[in-house]
Design a protein around this ligand. Sequence first.
Ligand code: HEC
Ligand code: HEC
Length: 290
Amino acid sequence: MSDKNMEKDAITGVETTGHEWDGIKELNNPAPRWWLIVLLISIIWAVGYWVVYPAWPTLSGDGERGGTKGSYGWTQYQQLKESQAEIVARKAAYLDRFNNADFDQIKADPELYAFAVAGGTSAFKDNCATCHGTGGSGSAGYPNLLDDDWLWGGDVDTIHETIRVGVRFTHDESRISEMPAFGGMLSEDEIGHIADYVLSFTGEAYDGPGKALYEDQCAACHADNGTGGRDFGAPNLADAIWFYGNSKGDIMSQIRRPKHGVMPAWEHRLDESTIRQLAIYVHSLGGGEN
Ligand code: HEC
Ligand code: HEC
């Protein structure tokens, strides 16, 4: 560049490019040697990289997902597969230990316990949350699994059994019980008296004909003091936790023509290991019994 504008800088003796800003002139120095070397190395590196690794998209797509394959044969897909295989293998190791341990051993082993709760949490979201709520808090007609009010029992083995066989379901061993319909057997007055007595378990004292009727008709399943019975999955009527409502009308309606909850059996839908993880998870929710 030997334009006429070119002049030599007085101090360094280097040509200027002719660019000048506020009296500051740009010298026409060659790029520093180290910089050129780095540039060259980068170019060589890039060419090497193109050869070794998958790099360029191609029309034919000879590499995975359409691109040059690279001589080394490495792909991200392969890497992903390997790391997934590693996770599966790690999980399998836990699963083996889990499957060979009984509930007491699992409870005593923090690692296995955490493994079970994690597995149970995700299986619960997939299979149980539709009825029992995401966190297990239940809703009308679907029991809350967080409290210590249990229809069938709250120790791990009993929870496991309930999950395995279901309630009033088609499974051969399903838990079965039926509250009789008293609609035709008792008069509306009698049903009203019984409801008043039932409400007295959680409310004001009651002294009337409902007590004797209750003891005749209901106590066999719900117990004299209303605390329920697990042999029949008969709810506790004295704990202010209600499945189907706590108004006098709700209770009369249950006596006349009872509602019955159905819980599916999971034995043939989930594997035994998952059912055990679920039992531990449900037990861990806060209402678990020993
Ligand atoms: C279709 C709705 C439904 C689904 C899905 C469901 N449940 Fe239930 N579950 C119920 C009902 C209804 C009951 C109450 C049965 C009864 O009346 O005794 C129940 C009862 C239970 C009980 C017994 C509670 C007690 O107080 O003894 C447990 C434990 C339980 N479910 C766990 C689960 C788990 C774990 C899953 C997922 C694998 C699940 N449930 C999926 C409806 C469901
Ligand atoms: C054969 C046993 C049996 C007898 C007898 C029986 N029940 Fe029940 N009762 C049950 C069962 C089981 C349930 C729970 C149904 C379910 O899980 O869906 C229930 C549920 C109830 C509920 C609903 C509780 C709630 O939380 O909403 C009330 C109230 C009730 N019974 C009152 C009575 C009264 C009052 C009598 C007598 C007139 C009576 N039961 C007789 C077994 C019985």
